[in-house]
Design a protein around this ligand. Structure first.
Ligand SMILES: Nc1ncnc2c1ncn2[C@@H]1O[C@H](COP(=O)(O)OP(=O)(O)OP(=O)(O)O)[C@@H](O)[C@H]1O
Ligand SMILES: [Mg+2]
Length: 274
């Protein structure tokens, strides 16, 4: 955990005061059905600014669907998603693109383009969305990479020449290129060995610490969750059944929440009690 702690809600009760900014993400009664199948069932969720929020749930719980709703790739069946206080439901594609620029996405398996160098991969958003010159682009790319512990020597390499952990850092550098406020990670540690998982956890923490972003991590990795989360949101059968600090969630009064967490076999002793 870094030295800089997230902002604390001054009222302590989650009620917005006049001077308080709207949270980066708020879902209210968010429901998504595909035909007869209710995937998300009345989700209330707040992701606070400057925190690492982990949304955890089993296979098919609706995690990716929730993520797609957050960035406006799907419309809710009912309820709403607010990004920095703005209900994105009524927005058209043009306006949604403005909202999407507040997000950086780190995809599963980093999703780099194999035929492009690291420079070209990371530069991609700048070339798509800005008219900056090559020299400036190279400087900006290198700046992000260096802050994430990668140097000039990786610029001309191809993704296949990097380790899994390095590829994740490159994916994050690309996600940061347009200086988003929120970074969303879909299962960032799935398929990684325990050591690489730890370095990815550190990377997620650094993103918050160095770039001041709000992290939203979609995960089914319980040990990783309890290493990085300020706030854990537990998604079971399309509902958020618990939201709170790791300690609050581990000590939840709900049996289904405790069972879900304990089934992972992670040692939760440090979070017990209190
Ligand atoms: N476009 C769609 N049309 C119909 N059903 C869908 C669609 N997208 C998702 N679903 C269904 O919604 C449910 C939740 O899917 P989702 O991918 O959100 O789960 P997940 O929690 O991300 O799972 P995983 O851990 O496997 O990634 C699944 O039963 C899936 O089949
Ligand atoms: Mg998924």
């Amino acid at each position: 955990m870094s030295e800089r702690e997230p902002e604390v809600d001054p009222t302590g009760n989650g009620v917005a005061t006049a001077t308080e900014r709207a949270p980066p993400i708020r879902c209210v009664g968010l429901t998504k059905r595909f035909g007869e199948h209710t995937v998300l069932d009345g989700i209330d969720l707040v992701c606070h600014e400057g925190e690492t929020n982990v949304i955890i749930g089993g296979s098919g719980a609706g995690k990716t669907t929730l993520l797609r709703l957050l960035i406006g790739l799907e419309k809710p069946t009912s309820g709403r998603v607010e990004i920095e206080g703005e209900d994105i439901g009524p927005l058209d594609e043009f306006e949604l693109n403005r909202v999407r620029r507040k997000f950086g996405m780190v995809f599963q398996y980093a999703a780099l383009l194999d035929s492009l160098t690291i420079l070209d991969n990371v530069a991609f958003p700048l070339r798509e969305h800005t008219s900056k010159g090559e020299k400036e682009i190279r400087r900006l790319v290198l700046d992000k990479l260096e802050k994430l512990g990668l140097g000039e020597r990786v610029l001309d390499l191809f993704p296949a020449e990097l380790s899994g952990g390095m590829r994740k850092r490159v994916g994050l550098a690309r996600a940061l290129m347009l200086d988003p406020k929120i970074i969303v990670y879909d299962e960032p540690t799935s398929g990684l060995d325990p050591l690489t998982t730890r370095t990815v956890d550190e990377m997620i923490e650094q993103a918050r610490d160095i770039f001041g972003v709000t992290n939203v991590v979609i995960s089914h990795d319980m040990s990783s969750t309890f290493r990085i989360a300020h706030r854990v949101h537990v998604l079971v059968k399309g509902r958020i059944v618990a939201s709170g600090s790791p300690r609050e969630v581990v000590n939840s009064e709900r049996q289904d929440v405790r069972e879900f967490i304990e089934a992972s076999g992670v040692d939760l002793t440090p979070f017990r009690g209190g």
